[in-house]
Design a protein around this ligand. Structure first.
Ligand SMILES: [Zn+2]
Length: 441
C-alpha cells in the first residue's frame, strides 16, 4: 500500500506534538538524574525499573507490568590511573585515565608492555616475548568508515577477546585503546569475555589520548614499566526486571508491534545516549499515538529490556516469555544508537517485506530521513526473530558521527543530549509504528 495524504497529515501531527509538547526530554532527565548509572543488578537499575513503570502508568497505557529476570551483578570498585615509569629517566609522565572493562577481575599490575594491533599480530609472537608482560591493544577505529558503528565493529574484538588472547600467551594484564574516533581523555568501558581454559587477567581501557601517549613512549623506550590497579567484584546474579507498557490492539490484540531500548547502562556516565534515549523514545512512541487518539489495530508495546550491556538476559527472557504464551510479534523495533537526529531504519526481513517498508520513505524525507535498507536491527530484538523467523526486525538509525564520543564513557550524561534531536527520533519511531500498524508487514 502506498502512502496517502492522510498518512502525511497524521505524521505531521506526530512530529508537531513531539516537538512542541513532547515528554521525552524531561523524561530522559528524570531517568538520568533520578535513577542514575544503572548497571544490571545495581540499586540504580531497580530505580530505573520503578521510574519507567510509573511513567507508563502515569501516561495511562492500557497495561503496564514488569517481568522478572536474573541478571549478572558486577561492581567496578576503585581504579588507579595508568602510571608509566621510564627505564632510564625519572621524568614524571602524566598519569593516563583508565577504567576496568566490564566483568574484569581485580588486580594490581606492574610490568613491561607489548603493543599490538590485534590478534593477528599477537598470535605470531613468541610466547616468551609476552610472558609476564601486559599486552596493549592499540588498533584504532577505522576513520574511513562513515557509518561509525562499522568502524566500531572492526576493532571491538580487542576489547571483547583481548584478555583471552593475551592470557593464552602468558600475559598478566591487558590495556585496550578506548573505542572512540575522537582523541580525548575519557576511557570507555564495555563488555569483555574470559575463557575457563586460560587465566583470567585484569583488563582495562585507556583513553584515546592516553593510548597515543603510551604508544609514543613505547617507541622511545620499550622497557618502560606501567602500573594499574583495579578492584571490581563479581556478585551472585541479582533479580531484576524488564518493564513493558502496552496499548492493546482493537483488531489483532494478540499480535504485537514492540519498540524498545535497554534500561541498563554502563556505570561511568548516566547512560543518556546508551540507552536512556532509546527507552524514553519508546515510551514516547506510545504516548504520542495515544495523545493523538490513534486506535491501534495491533497491540503496541514499549519494552525496557534489562541487561543488554553484559548479558542480554532481559531480551532472551522477553522472547522466551512471549513465545511461551503464544504471543506473536509482527515487528520488533530497537532504538539503541543514541539520541541523535534520525536518518533512517535498518530492516531485517525478507526482500518483499523490505520493499513494502521502503515504499514509506517519501513520507519521512521532509524530516531528514533518507534511508530504509537491509541491516542489523539490534541485540535486544534479535531473540524474537531467532524464535520466529517471520518476525520483522527494525533498527532505528540516527546520525552516527558523535555516538562514540560518549559510548560507555563518563560523558554519556543528560547534558550531552540535544532536545530536538531526541524528540525527532521519538517522532520518527512513532511514525514508523503508525505505518506498520496501519499497513502491516
Ligand atoms: Zn546500548
Amino acid at each position: 500500500m502506498a502512502q496517502s495524504n492522510e498518512d502525511s497529515l497524521f505524521i505531521a501531527r506526530i512530529f508537531d506534538e513531539a516537538l512542541t509538547k513532547g515528554k521525552s526530554y524531561p523524561d530522559l532527565q528524570d531517568l538520568c538524574k533520578q535513577a542514575g548509572p544503572r548497571l544490571s543488578g545495581s540499586a540504580a537499575a531497580q530505580r530505573a525499573v520503578d521510574l519507567t513503570e510509573s511513567k507508563m502508568i502515569g501516561y495511562g497505557f492500557d497495561s503496564v507490568y514488569r517481568q522478572e529476570v536474573m541478571v549478572p551483578h558486577w561492581e567496578r570498585g576503585t581504579e588507579s590511573p595508568l602510571v608509566v615509569t621510564l627505564s632510564e629517566s625519572d621524568k614524571p609522565i602524566r598519569p593516563m585515565p583508565i577504567c576496568a572493562l566490564g566483568g574484569s577481575v581485580a588486580g594490581d599490575i606492574n610490568g613491561k608492555v607489548i603493543e599490538v594491533m590485534g590478534w593477528n599480530e599477537l598470535s605470531k609472537l613468541d610466547p616468551k616475548a609476552i610472558e609476564g608482560k601486559i599486552v596493549f591493544f592499540n588498533r584504532p577505529m577505522d576513520a574511513r568508515m562513515v557509518y561509525t558503528f562499522g568502524a566500531y565493529g572492526t576493532c571491538v574484538d580487542q576489547r571483547v577477546f583481548g584478555a583471552i588472547w593475551a592470557a593464552s600467551k602468558g600475559a598478566k594484564g591487558i590495556i585496550v585503546r578506548s573505542m572512540n574516533l575522537r582523541i580525548d581523555d575519557y576511557p570507555h568501558t564495555g563488555s569483555m569475555a574470559y575463557s575457563d581454559s586460560v587465566t583470567k587477567i585484569p583488563a582495562v581501557a585507556v583513553s584515546t589520548l592516553g593510548a597515543e601517549e603510551l604508544s609514543a613512549l613505547l617507541k622511545a623506550d620499550s622497557n618502560l614499566i606501567v602500573h594499574y590497579s583495579i578492584t571490581p567484584k563479581n556478585h551472585p546474579d541479582a533479580l531484576s526486571h524488564n518493564v513493558i507498557g502496552q496499548l492493546t490492539g482493537t483488531k489483532y490484540p494478540n499480535q504485537y508491534i514492540a519498540v524498545g531500548g535497554h534500561l541498563d547502562a554502563w556505570d561511568l556516565g548516566e547512560g543518556a545516549h546508551d540507552d536512556g534515549a532509546g527507552c524514553i523514545q519508546s515510551i514516547e512512541v506510545l504516548r504520542l499515538l495515544k495523545t493523538l487518539d490513534y486506535t491501534p489495530r495491533y497491540s503496541l508495546r514499549s519494552v525496557m529490556f534489562m541487561n543488554e550491556e553484559n548479558g542480554l538476559k532481559g531480551a532472551k527472557e522477553y522472547a522466551r516469555y512471549c513465545d511461551s504464551l503464544g504471543q506473536k510479534h509482527l515487528v520488533g523495533i530497537e532504538a539503541d544508537r543514541g539520541a541523535f537526529a534520525p536518518r533512517g531504519f535498518f530492516v531485517q526481513a525478507n526482500p518483499e517485506q523490505l520493499k513494502h517498508i521502503q515504499k514509506w520513505l517519501p513520507l519521512f524525507e521532509e524530516y531528514g530521513i533518507y534511508v530504509i535498507k537491509g541491516g542489523g536491527a539490534g541485540a535486544d530484538v534479535g531473540p524474537l526473530q531467532r524464535l520466529d523467523e517471520n518476525v520483522v526486525l527494525i533498527g532505528f538509525v540516527p546520525d552516527s558521527q558523535r555516538y562514540f564520543d560518549y559510548h560507555h564513557a563518563a560523558n554519556d550524561v543528560f547534558s550531552s543530549v540535544n532536545r530536538r534531536e531526541l524528540e525527532l527520533g521519538a517522532a520518527a519511531l512513532a511514525s514508523l509504528v503508525y505505518l506498520l500498524d496501519k499497513y502491516g508487514v
